[in-house]
Design a protein around this ligand. Structure first.
Ligand code: UD1
Length: 417
């Protein structure tokens, strides 16, 4: 297992480019199953989660080739409709093949995802939405067993906003008979990224970017070529890197529109921004003002940036409250940050963060993807050396994070095991 060694306390400078959004690409990769033929995705980062989804699509029978940011997926000969436990247990987003498999084969066998470091993550909303479209679902021996003679449009009213369930419902509805109305649909940019891809394939979807999606089923879809949207979570992580190290840095090839809530919060902490097309420059506060956050579905503050923002608040000049409403147990980074001399007290889904004048380097352990990013950020700001083990978590979702940080002047190196 690789480790990062960071010599913290250094200022960063310069500019880096943001990669394509993993959380948009994974459902789009699954959606290529909806057409027979070769789809081409560009601006695809070299991430372990993308490799895992490629592996799953190959099991299903697709030909998948990746070369320098371009992913080619040929689904012509797909014939298998199972997502096995060994894959789904490692990457929950594998559940995204459920809707496409049902639409393509009329059946699917997808393992239940099981435990997750950020807390309980049920799939009941996926199940209920697909049942509304005429799918019979049984849960047996740890698997979702689904079959359907003909998908039929209906009204799906989500009791709770869910990115993955909205994506699965969309992928089934685009090939269903008649019209489907999805209410309380997730509005995350990654859902809109999937909708753009489905529209390009020939789907009929109205309401992109809203909570009400109206889908008229079509008979067939075509494979397409499309550039993937930029990763707002990677972009946000780098903006916080500027804020926590009190450094002026720029991020390029990003979408500022996806980052309004984060930038608003960073402004509350005293940071300022210069925005030009797809570039954002941060002018950080020299004295970090505390700011409270509460995670919410888009356009609220993203849960995937909660750990990184919490890391910033450990160095604020006063007390802040971080409330996690999406995954209330998503605080595995707290004890690790406290090892770096942060002062964070946890109570029922709320972290009370007492800012300290400085963090001090220590050995810490990454527990999940975004928690690892928070530890990297804290390590960059801490005095002395921080060693982060189990960084395979970060390789799931950040493309060469240490290389990009080195380009900004950070002293971070990977120790390969
Ligand atoms: C996606 C993202 C993840 C992000 C999350 C919330 C991908 C691959 N992952 O995950 O990085 O943290 O959105 O923005 O895109 N829920 C249920 N039943 C379900 C499904 C979800 O109760 O069937 C609950 C979850 O426990 C959670 C909330 O709904 O409390 C939102 O989860 P959801 O939006 O579904 O997250 P994912 O799609 O799994």
């Amino acid at each position: 297992m690789d480790k990062f060694i960071i010599n913290g306390g250094k200022k960063l400078s310069g500019s880096i480019e943001i990669s394509g959004a993993k959380n948009a690409i994974l459902p789009i990769m699954a959606a290529t199953l909806l057409a027979k033929g070769k789809s081409i995705l560009t601006n695809v980062p070299n991430l372990n989660d993308i490799k895992m989804m490629s592996h799953l699509l190959r099991i299903i029978g697709a030909r998948v080739d990746y070369f320098e940011g371009t992913l080619e997926i040929d689904t012509t000969n797909c014939s298998y409709y199972e997502a096995p436990y060994e894959i789904v247990s490692k990457m929950r987003a594998s559940v995204n093949v459920l809707g496409p498999l049902i639409a393509r084969f009329g059946k699917a066998k997808v393992s239940l995802p099981g435990g997750c470091a950020i807390g309980t993550r049920p799939v009941d909303l996926h199940q209920k939405a697909l049942e509304k479209l005429g799918v019979n679902i049984n849960i047996k021996h740890g698997y979702i067993l689904a079959n359907c003679s003909k998908l039929k449009g209906n009204i799906i009213n989500f009791e709770k906003s869910s990115v993955g369930a909205t994506e699965n419902a969309l992928c089934a509805a685009v090939l269903a008979k008649d019209e489907t109305n999805i209410r309380n649909a997730a509005m995350e940019p990654e859902v809109s990224g999937l909708i753009d891809f489905l529209l390009e394939m020939g789907a009929d979807i109205q309401g992109k970017g809203t909570t009400h999606l109206k889908i008229k089923g079509v008979k067939t879809l075509q494979p397409v070529e499309m550039e993937m949207i930029p990763d707002r979570i990677e972009a946000g992580t780098f903006l916080i890197a500027g804020a926590i190290t009190k450094s002026k840095i720029s991020i390029e090839k990003c979408e500022p529109g996806y980052l309004q809530t984060l930038m608003g919060k960073l402004e509350e902490t005293g940071a300022k921004f210069e925005i030009e097309d797809n570039k954002i420059k941060i002018f950080p506060a020299q004295n970090i003002i505390p700011a409270n956050i509460e995670t919410q579905p888009f356009p609220g503050f993203p849960t995937d940036l909660q750990a990184q923002f919490l890391a910033l608040m450990t160095l604020a000049d006063g007390k802040s409250f971080i409330k996690e409403t999406i995954f209330p147990d998503r605080f595995m980074h707290v004890p690790e940050l406290n090892r770096l001399h942060a002062d964070i007290r946890l109570e029922k889904g709320i972290a009370e963060v007492h800012g300290v004048p400085e963090l001090s380097g220590a050995e810490v352990m990454a527990t999940d993807l975004r928690a690892s990013a928070a530890l990297v950020l804290a390590g960059l700001a801490a005095n002395g050396q921080t060693t982060i083990s189990r960084i395979y978590h970060i390789d799931r979702g950040y493309d060469r994070i240490e290389k990009k940080l080195q380009m900004l002047g950070a002293e971070i190196k990977r120790i390969e095991s």
